[in-house]
Design a protein around this ligand. Structure first.
Ligand code: GDD
Length: 403
């Protein structure tokens, strides 16, 4: 893959946000650097009640050397949809000769493991891991960390175009290979979303939620610098990747606040406004590469209410951040009241946030998952076809906690 050069970036303390880079060609003829990253990358697929054939397509798009981790919150009754998903992943592993990890977020054994590993905040009143996409991503990151691989990427399970999943993963690898820091992030801005309008296909350029989230994140930056900016184009990017060295230090927000909060947490921890507890990151900088991909993003449409909820969660996060300047906070409030999302005198609710995955005791997490979580599977396509086994997690070499 060849990316356009990125000449311009904006700094916020140690965070260096690069202007959107286009994909020049999907295949640039040399793949060694990309494969080196892919063989160290875990791709987490959060999945809740998606269609089997769509999930199968998504799996087929994830490059061979990446390790797949599927974290499900699908219904288990009346039909056990997780069982169908786990079988789909296992069959894929057998056919493709690769391995994967699958787990169900609401498995009581997973909750026990999370508690044992030291993150009771993730458990709800029913004693289970909370539902939510951010929560699934957190679990996925913990599993990724146990594998000892260096990178993590996320792709949604409801993507109808396997070719776009493939392109996202290639863009992760290309961006991470280019980034000149151990603490790097790559975020995707898809080129267009096809929609039917008056019987014609229309390729819309902007997402209904992203438009608002990006505008406010840019206002956040502009209030500090005194210069208007449009540098942030990926505030809601569900498709994104990072080095695990960075990921393990980030606090993670629940639900759909997760992606905008990644930006805010970078600003809070490494923006230089609040005192950083991490001199190492401050010294090496945190590049955020934003890549505009070529394939259209064609996924399940979950409706206007869903999009409104997502937008609100982004603004809630921005409003409550300790680094958001008062003028921006007031404008967010005015905007939400004007939109009818809040009544006068009301405050936006606070989104739930969790400690960094790096604070978890991964040895304890693994042992409890292994002993108690019935949904925790590690299909090994090599062993399934009679070749030497290659389980994704080697108990003996699980990395120590980092924070
Ligand atoms: N495990 C798990 N648990 N998966 C979930 C959950 C959950 O509680 N909620 C949603 N998912 C899965 C869905 O099955 C899908 O694969 C993916 O997470 C995204 O959820 P959607 O509900 O389809 O979100 P969306 O497509 O409207 O929004 C996506 O794009 C936005 C940017 O345009 C998401 O990725 C957002 O996070 C992103 O901001």
């Amino acid at each position: 893959m060849r990316l356009a050069d990125s000449f311009r970036s904006e700094r916020f303390g140690a965070v260096r946000i690069h202007e959107l880079q286009r994909v020049i060609e999907l295949d640039s003829g040399s793949s060694e650097a990309l494969r080196a990253v892919e063989s160290q990358m875990v791709v987490v697929v959060p999945c809740m009640n998606e269609t089997r054939s769509v999930i199968e397509g998504v799996l087929s798009g994830i490059p061979h050397d990446c390790l797949i981790v599927l974290v499900s919150n699908s219904d288990r009754q009346p039909v056990d949809r997780y069982e169908i998903e786990a079988q789909t992943v296992e069959q894929f592993c057998r056919l493709a000769g690769r391995s994967a990890i699958t787990v169900h977020q609401r498995d009581p054994g997973v909750a026990a493991a999370v508690k044992a590993a030291g993150m009771p905040e993730l458990i709800d009143d029913d004693g289970l891991v909370r539902a939510g996409k951010g929560e699934a991503m957190l679990l996925g990151m913990a599993l990724a960390a146990m594998t000892g691989r260096q990178y993590i990427g996320y792709v949604d399970a409801d993507n109808y175009v396997p070719g776009s999943v493939h392109e996202y993963c290639k863009a992760y690898a290309a961006g991470l290979a280019q980034a000149d820091s151990p603490y790097a992030m790559v975020r995707i801005s898809w080129h267009s979303k096809p929609k039917l309008r008056d019987g014609r296909l229309f390729f819309s350029r902007k997402g209904r939620s992203s438009q608002i989230t990006n505008e406010w994140l840019n206002r956040f930056l502009a209030e500090y610098s005194g210069f208007g900016t449009e540098v942030i184009a990926t505030g809601n990017a569900g498709e994104h990747a990072m080095t695990l060295a960075l990921g393990l230090k980030l606090r993670i927000a629940g639900g759909f606040a997760v992606e905008p909060y990644e930006y805010m947490d970078l600003f809070e921890q490494f923006g230089g406004v609040l005192e950083s507890t991490d001199p190492d990151v401050m010294a090496s900088s945190v590049p955020v590469l934003q890549i505009e991909t070529r394939n259209p993003h064609f996924h399940d449409n979950k409706g206007e209410e869903h999009v409104r909820g997502m937008r609100m969660q982004a603004l809630n996060v921005l409003y409550h951040s300790p680094v958001t300047l008062p003028a921006v906070r007031q404008s967010i409030l005015d905007f939400l009241i004007e939109q009818g999302a809040l009544a006068t005198g009301q405050e936006p609710p606070r989104e739930r946030t969790y400690p960094p995955v790096g604070t978890l005791d991964l040895d304890l997490l693994y042992d409890a998952l292994d002993a108690e979580a019935l949904s925790f599977r590690q299909p090994d396509g090599l062993a399934l076809t009679g070749r030497p086994p290659a389980p994704p997690i080697d108990r003996a070499s699980i990395p120590r906690r980092v924070a």
